[in-house]
Design a protein around this ligand. Structure first.
Ligand SMILES: [Zn+2]
Length: 260
């Protein structure tokens, strides 16, 4: 099974642009968890819910004053790329404290949140552009080279693969006043979907005027109907004929007896 995950792909834009490779046999908007604190979907919340089938709000612990101070330092220290890694700020992904369907169902992942995705690295390049350390063209070129690298890795894998692309989110946050750039990136993903032919395409939320919109996106060539982002774990298990519910029950009983 091939699953293509694109951060911040807005269903309304895909429909409006008529991007046929992104609109498979069945498709629609997706209910996603809305983070209570920021009152919009947050990527770490939604991808975690996608991976586990359960919504548990991400707990950003940390002293708000300290985090603010770190942000202040981060904004003013002469920027070296990669510096972002040293500061654990609120916008970084939290520690992975769960088992997702990637492990349970034996998927191979490409750049997936909580697995190999390096969010601070992306944030450091974004900051470099914002602070004038990178030109707009260099920033866009860097993002495109990352996209190409991921694409290559994805095509090199066989079996069940879940691949995640963060670029469209950053593009829409940074360049929402330049529709040509945004359209170009939607087209890159339409081409990618045509070439890779995924069984599922999905996104954690859309984007509107540089901020997240409230609904996710899904599309599938299979005869399935998906309503919520929490549906995927059991749906994939069913399609791959893995009885996760029963396996969980057996594991619990055996653990109680001290067998495992
Ligand atoms: Zn997102």
């Amino acid at each position: 099974m091939k699953v293509l995950c694109i951060d911040s792909m807005d269903y309304r834009v895909v429909e409006k642009m008529g991007l046929k490779n992104l609109l498979s046999k069945h498709h629609g908007q997706l209910e996603v968890p809305i983070n209570k604190r920021v009152k919009q979907p947050l990527s770490p919340d939604v991808w975690r819910a996608f991976l586990t089938g359960v919504h548990k709000p991400v707990d950003f612990t940390g002293d708000p004053q300290l985090l603010k101070a770190l942000e202040f330092v981060r904004a003013r220290v002469p920027l070296k790329l990669g510096l972002g890694k040293r500061f654990k700020a609120e916008k970084d992904y939290p520690e992975k404290d769960f088992i997702g369907f990637i492990e349970e169902l034996g998927f191979k992942e490409v750049n997936f949140p909580y697995y190999s995705f390096d969010f601070p690295r992306l944030a450091s390049y974004t900051s470099a552009w914002l602070d004038g350390g990178l030109t707009e063209n260099d920033f866009l070129d860097w993002m495109f080279s990352e996209f190409r690298k991921e694409r290559e890795e994805m095509f090199g894998l066989e079996g069940d693969v879940a691949a995640y692309f963060p670029q469209l989110d950053t593009i829409q946050h940074c360049f929402w006043k330049t529709p040509e750039i945004i359209d170009r990136w939607y087209n890159y993903f339409n081409t990618l979907a045509g070439e890779w032919q995924p069984d599922f395409i999905m996104s954690d939320h859309g984007a509107e005027k540089g901020v997240h919109s409230m609904k996710g996106f899904w599309s599938s060539a299979l005869d399935v109907e998906v309503v919520s982002v929490t549906d995927f774990r059991l749906l994939f298990a069913r399609l791959l004929r893995v009885d996760l519910v029963n396996r969980g029950e057996v594991k619990k009983r055996l653990r109680d007896l001290g067998y495992v």
